[in-house]
Design a protein around this ligand. Structure first.
Ligand code: TTP
Ligand code: CA
Length: 359
């Protein structure tokens, strides 16, 4: 099962400004050179109706939306990250394993939960969607298939708020009419090459002689293309390994060298780090700070203890000491700050895996 959040950055902005929901919403990255320069990260579906697309220059998006009550936002990664984390956490409760692919996309292995039934997967998908909607307020699309490849294409086929189930016996017919570039690994060059060979759709590719594909694209890719077009994929939903560290980074409201001002921000970040830490029941042996200065150079400072710690005060206290020292060593103003804990207790990690195993 693949879940992909709908028009994610723009939906996050709608979430904290409900009154803009029916207006065109554009989230952009401003390059900072002039007021107007930059590109569209994403937009809501209202703005898409006017032809706004990801990657488009902002001035062009503005022109397309001229005369409408469109609203523009600057990307706020911290906020989107927090929302994404909360949803991923909910997903964990529904899946045997979770593979997060990006900030707004994750594969969930739910085969055990739905006992291999695609019928049950339909209800299960609805249940997850309703739960996330109620708890976080974000909608997303789900694709269900016998493997990751089919789940992904199923998900893309119906957005936003989609739930598309492709049963194993339907998979080949579902893929057949689609353009080959819908397959992962088929880029512009490959598309052109395949077109020269008379292959336009995934169906054309599925029927194409596998030996010939190997001659043209090499053994690894040739076999992959052949299998993928025939809806065959054995990639497991691979859980990312237990994190080596937990960190949060934030931008200061203004560039500063004022310790209290900085600590106000790092205390906020520490709250999030500490929350993650307690959720995973980990103790740590190192605390680090991360600093981005006004000239955009980055610096790290850290401290490691003999004995592992578990409490929030150890983080706040050491972050303060590290910043006091850092400010004594550098003269530039600070723009962004981060807090990190690491050096997790090995036995504890091991213990955790064992408990998970025996649950
Ligand atoms: P997508 O999943 O590609 O797009 P989306 O979530 O905005 O819209 P939908 O899934 O409903 O089609 O990308 C996820 C986020 O990544 C998106 O909200 C913003 C960001 N992004 C960029 O910053 N630049 C880009 O060019 C793209 C495509 C996405
Ligand atoms: Ca998305």
């Amino acid at each position: 099962m693949l879940a992909d959040f709908d028009y994610f950055f723009a939906q996050c902005e709608e979430l904290r400004n409900p009154s803009i929901k029916d207006k065109p919403v554009v989230v952009g990255v401003y390059s900072g050179r002039t007021e107007e320069s930059g590109a569209v990260s994403t937009s809501n579906y209202v703005a898409r109706k006017y032809g706004v697309k990801s990657g488009m220059p902002l001035f062009l998006a503005k022109r397309k939306l001229e005369g409408t009550d469109a609203v523009f936002f600057k990307v706020d990664h911290e906020y989107y990250d927090q929302i994404s984390d909360r949803i991923m956490q909910i997903f964990r409760g529904y899946a045997t394993s979770l593979e997060q692919v990006s900030i707004d996309e994750a594969y969930l292995d739910v085969s055990e939960q739905v006992e291999g039934s695609f019928e049950k997967a339909q209800d299960y998908g609805q249940k997850i969607k309703a739960d996330v909607k109620a708890k976080v307020g974000i909608s997303f699309s789900i694709g269900v298939g016998a493997n990751k490849l089919v789940a992904k294409i199923a998900c893309d086929s119906q957005k936003p708020d989609g739930l598309t189930i492709i049963r194993p016996e339907e998979a080949e017919a579902f893929l057949a009419p689609l353009a080959v570039d819908r397959l992962l690994g088929v880029g512009k060059k490959t598309t052109v090459r395949m077109e020269q060979m008379g292959i336009k759709t995934i169906g054309d590719l599925a029927k194409f002689d596998c030996q010939r594909l190997i001659e043209v694209f090499g053994k690894v890719m040739g076999i992959y293309f052949h299998n993928a077009a025939n809806a065959m994929d054995n990639e497991p939903v691979a859980e990312q390994g237990e994190a080596e560290s937990i960190s949060r980074i934030g931008t200061l409201k203004q560039d500063t060298r004022n310790l209290d001002f900085i600590l106000q921000k790092t205390d906020e970040l520490t709250e999030y780090v500490f929350k993650d830490l307690t959720e995973r029941n980990l103790s740590f042996k190192s605390v680090s700070i991360y600093v981005v200065l006004v000239d955009l150079s980055c610096k790290n400072r850290s401290v490691t203890f003999e004995q592992p710690a578990k409490d929030k005060e150890t983080i706040t206290k050491n972050v303060r000491t590290l910043f006091e020292k850092f400010l004594g060593e550098s003269t530039l103003e600070i723009r962004r700050v981060g807090v990190k804990v690491s050096g997790f207790h090995k036995e504890e990690l091991h213990q955790k895996q064992l408990t998970l195993f025996f649950q």
